[in-house]
Ligand binder design. Structure first.
Ligand code: ADP
Length: 633
């Protein structure tokens, strides 16, 4: 609207000038021609420039020439309308451009702006001038307001270095020129505003494009590593930098580690750990503020690689819902002055990236807990399967001796009843010697079945005692040598056909502080396993050694051996090597013997172990600490 008004004003002025021209003399006509010439020259100068400063500078040069004055200057009213700032000048004032600010109402220019009227001062020494420089340089002045309609946007003044009489005509001409200059200023300002708006729009569009690219990537990848890799790959050219790096905090939050890089810093991946609050990334994380470093040589860095390979850096925090997710920084090999726009763009991207990272981390946690849940389900299934297997073995194991017992009892009953029928006079109450002889082995067999049942039930009971930590040891000084000899003799009674080689290091007693019944249980378990899992014609060797302050008992067989992958498992409850068939005897076993043995030995402060190569037999051993010497007397 100002433009419109001003245009009208200018036409008004021109037409009034025209009217005056028509009514004046030839001399006046000459002056009018001069005016029009000047106006034309100044207007031409004004339209050839888009930049406001250049435009005014050029206009002043032309006005100074045309009006044959020494100096010229333009002051513009500042944004809040309180001051006039020196904006363009020809003459001594030139060096003060940008440094002079006159309050509206004060000094000569201030008075012109306040009154809105032109002013002529032929003797400047009589008035108060703000600047001593001007005071010395200028003698006479003509000034006019730069008006757009009612609004004064500045002041133009022309000055003479020697005393000069500026006329009303000069003042009018300057007023006419001022209105043109004001119009040109308005045009230039509009142009600048439009230019700024276009630049702003371009920046927004760039930001949007960058955001779009980042969002596309964020949607495409769910795995954190893939996501960051793809993001950095896009960002590097987008930001025109050689290096982009993302650091994430360690779980304890004390450090940042370099997590993903695109650029030369890849060389130190996995080696960069920045304490919170230190170095560039640590500072960004601690302050949660962006950081621009023009020269990395001038700031402390936690990662010297940055200083050695890059010149400038821009970094921002990665924040999602106020939570610090990490830090992103971009680096250039050459010096770069990162602008506000660069910083804003990186921050906008960082906000998006932070959300994407938080989402990927969440996804990863869900995935991990699902995997963990699946693992636990598998473990439970395995345990359930093991329990089913155990139950079927246990029932089989218990039923075998029970069936034997039942059969023996039936047979004994049968034979004794039959015998009663054949009773003779010599033995009217008793049974015949024949019948007793027949029943005897059945009683012995029943005994063994009962023993076996007893052992199975004891093993089960023992297992639950171990689980509930209710095993009590009756410790006393025990000679391990005699103990081993007795167990071997007992086992040989039950397995009369087997050969056992007994190798005792010493005939002297090997005294340990032990519960003899429990240790017997261990030796007899090792021995019965050796019988079970080796062919009947192969010998079994039992060795007792003293090594330092401990005794070591080992039982070696020449049987199947155990696959290396199973060696750690056989000591666990109910564990039985799949597909292994016992080589002799009928017992199957519940997979408890070694579990119980290990518990007993460890409760005595000893250790168990096994060496075995598949197909070459096995050596099971255990150690016990030797008892301290009994005090003499
Ligand atoms: P089980 O009652 O099944 O023998 P153990 O706990 O005594 O239970 O033994 C666990 C598993 O270890 C056995 O099922 C067998 O597969 C393996 N094992 C034990 N001793 C030997 C051995 N001397 N030779 C080969 N395998 C053995």
């Amino acid at each position: 609207m100002d433009e419109q008004e001003t245009a009208e004003l200018t036409e008004d002025q021109l037409s009034s000038a025209g009217e005056r021209l028509a009514s004046t003399s030839t001399a006046s006509q000459a002056m009018a021609t001069r005016w029009l010439g000047i106006l034309q020259r100044v207007t031409e100068g004004a339209v050839s420039h888009r930049d406001l400063h250049e435009l005014l500078q050029e206009s002043l040069v032309r006005i100074r020439e045309a009006m044959e004055v020494d100096y010229a200057a333009v002051l513009l009213v500042n944004a809040d309308g309180t001051h006039l700032d020196l904006y363009a000048a020809c003459g001594p004032e030139e060096e003060m451009i940008g440094r002079v600010s006159v309050p509206v109402g004060r000094g000569v220019a201030g008075a012109i702006a306040a009154s809105g009227n032109p002013m002529v001062i032929n003797d400047l020494s009589r008035v108060k001038i703000e600047s001593p420089l001007l005071h010395a340089a200028m003698k006479s002045l003509v000034g006019a307001p730069l008006r757009l309609g009612e609004r004064v946007i500045g002041v133009i003044h022309l000055d003479s270095a020697r005393p000069h009489r500026f006329t009303d005509d000069d003042s009018q001409l300057l007023q006419l020129l001022a209105s043109h200059v004001a119009l040109a200023i308005e045009h230039a300002r509009l142009f600048e505003a439009e230019h700024a708006a276009r630049r702003e729009a371009e920046i927004i569009s760039r930001h949007l494009q960058a955001l779009q690219a980042v969002s596309d990537v964020a949607l495409e990848y769910t795995r954190l590593d893939d996501l960051l890799h793809a993001l950095l790959q896009r960002m590097q050219p987008m930001l025109g930098v050689e290096n982009v790096a993302i650091l994430l905090p360690t779980p304890d939050g004390h450090e940042l580690t370099l997590y993903s890089v695109r650029g030369p810093e890849e060389a130190v991946m996995g080696k960069v750990h920045v304490p919170m609050g230190q170095g560039v990334a640590g500072t960004i994380a601690a302050t949660r503020q962006p950081l621009v470093v023009e020269s990395l040589a001038t700031v402390p860095v936690a990662n010297p690689f940055l200083r050695e390979h890059f010149h400038s850096l821009l970094g921002v925090p990665l924040l999602a819902e106020g939570r610090l997710i990490g830090v992103i920084h971009v680096d250039t090999v050459q010096l770069r002055h990162f602008t506000d726009e660069d910083r804003q763009l990186l921050q906008v991207l960082a906000d998006r990236i932070a959300i994407a990272i938080a989402r990927a981390q969440q996804y990863e946690r869900v995935r991990q807990s699902r995997t963990e849940a699946e693992r636990q389900v598998a473990v439970l299934r395995e345990a359930a399967a093991r329990m089913d297997e155990f139950l079927s073995i246990a029932s089989h194991e218990l039923r075998t001796p029970l069936t034997n017992l039942a059969m023996n009892v039936q047979l004994m009953d049968l034979w004794l009843n039959a015998d009663r029928n054949q009773r003779t006079d010599e033995s009217p109450e008793g049974y015949t010697a024949q019948a007793v002889a027949k029943v005897q082995p059945l009683i012995q067999r029943s005994h063994r079945s009962i023993q076996r049942l007893d052992r199975l039930v004891s093993d089960l009971l023992e297992t639950s005692r171990i689980r509930e930590n209710r095993v009590a040891l009756q410790l006393r000084r025990t000679d391990l040598g005699s103990l081993v000899r007795e167990v071997v003799a007992e086992q040989l009674q039950a397995h009369a056909t087997r050969t056992v080689r007994l190798e005792l290091d010493t005939q002297a007693p090997v005294i340990v502080e032990a519960d003899p019944e429990r240790i017997e249980q261990v030796v007899s378990n090792y021995l019965s396993n050796a019988f079970k899992y080796s062919p009947p014609d192969q010998p079994v060797t039992v060795v007792l050694q003293v090594e330092g302050d401990e005794a070591r008992v080992s039982v070696r067989d020449e049987g199947l051996g155990i696959p290396a992958s199973e060696l750690d498992h056989i000591w666990t409850r109910f564990y039985r090597v799949a597909g292994v068939r016992h080589q002799s005897g009928s017992q199957v076993g519940l997979g408890l013997g070694l579990y119980i043995s290990r518990d007993i030995v460890e409760r005595h402060g000893g250790q168990v172990g096994v060496q075995s190569t598949l197909g070459e037999g096995a050596t099971f051993w255990f150690t016990l600490p030797l008892a301290r010497l009994e005090p003499a007397g």
